[in-house]
Design a protein around this ligand. Structure first.
Ligand SMILES: [Fe+2]
Length: 288
């Protein structure tokens, strides 16, 4: 039986982002009004999740495409993934083709190094370590809103570029991030700066598009030292504890985050423990 709108409940986490959507069994398509309500909750809460779902990889792709087409990386510019660049990426420290190992991952918005970064990503928890590997999501609208007037005026019109870890120039960083079978580009692509103050294409709200892991250099300031200091200050600003919601993963969780207005980060976990998440990357639009 398909889930109905009267059974669906949106329960906010109480943190700066996130809501649990209850009463929806994702194994089969719910009516359009339910999907629409899920999309509305995503716009409002930036991160939404469902518990206790039993989903095949094909089904994950179906659900992801309510939000947008899935991301298919160009052959000459690989992103997270092996030679095959599968649409469902195993994020895992133990399966063959598994990506992202077990290390800590600092705050970032996925693939901000691409000319057109992701809209968002979806992760489905298959196997989890009893401790570690928590994912925290931050509210970058709030981060922008909490900037002082002087800094807001300074960052308006500036851009920042992120490094692509899967390119020759940054391969040492990529080797730590990808898995053993990570594919690397043969040549360095140009850098793709994006506005530091980003306007969300659905909500129209402004957010601070900066993260600690990938952002490399601010473009638009003549004083390079000032640019470097400003970037460090913005990275610290977006990483304040009160901007985060930490998700307590359970197997069967399906979670979708909006990369256009949130960052996420992960704690390390013991590599002798097994962790497997299936991830689908949802294609985005050009930031403005
Ligand atoms: Fe990520």
């Amino acid at each position: 039986m398909a889930s109905t709108i009267s059974e669906m409940k949106v329960v906010p986490t109480g943190g700066p982002v996130g809501a649990e959507i209850q009463g929806v069994d994702l194994r089969e398509d719910p009516p359009g009004e339910v999907v629409f309500a899920i999309l509305q909750a995503f716009t409002e809460h930036l991160v939404v999740f469902f518990r206790d779902q039993e989903l095949s990889q094909d089904r994950l792709l179906d659900i992801a495409q309510w939000f947008g087409p899935f991301n298919v990386p160009p052959k000459d510019l690989p992103v997270l993934g092996d030679e095959n660049q599968p649409p469902v990426v195993p994020v895992s420290n133990y399966v063959e083709g598994g990506m992202l190992g077990n290390r800590e991952l600092e705050a970032h918005s996925d693939m901000s190094y691409l000319p057109v970064p992701l809209l968002g990503a979806m992760m489905y928890a298959v196997e989890l370590p009893p401790v570690g590997g928590d994912t925290s999501f931050s509210n970058l609208y709030q981060a922008y809103g909490e900037l002082d007037e002087e800094t807001r005026a300074l960052v308006a019109g500036l851009k920042v570029w992120s490094y692509n870890p899967y390119t020759p120039r940054f391969a040492d960083r990529g080797a730590e991030l990808g898995g053993a079978t990570q594919k690397f580009a043969e040549e360095d692509p140009p850098v793709f700066p994006h506005p530091i103050v980003r306007t969300h294409p659905v909500s129209g709200r402004k957010s601070l598009y900066v993260g600690g892991l990938l952002c490399e250099e601010i473009v638009g300031l003549d004083d390079k030292e000032q640019a470097a200091t400003l970037l460090e200050r913005l990275k610290a600003h977006v990483d304040q504890e009160h901007l985060y919601y930490t998700h307590q993963w359970r197997t069967g969780d399906l979670l979708i985050w909006d990369n256009r207005c949130t960052n996420h980060k992960r704690t390390a976990f013991d590599n002798s423990l097994r962790r497997l998440m299936y991830r689908v990357q949802i294609a985005g639009t050009r930031p403005f």
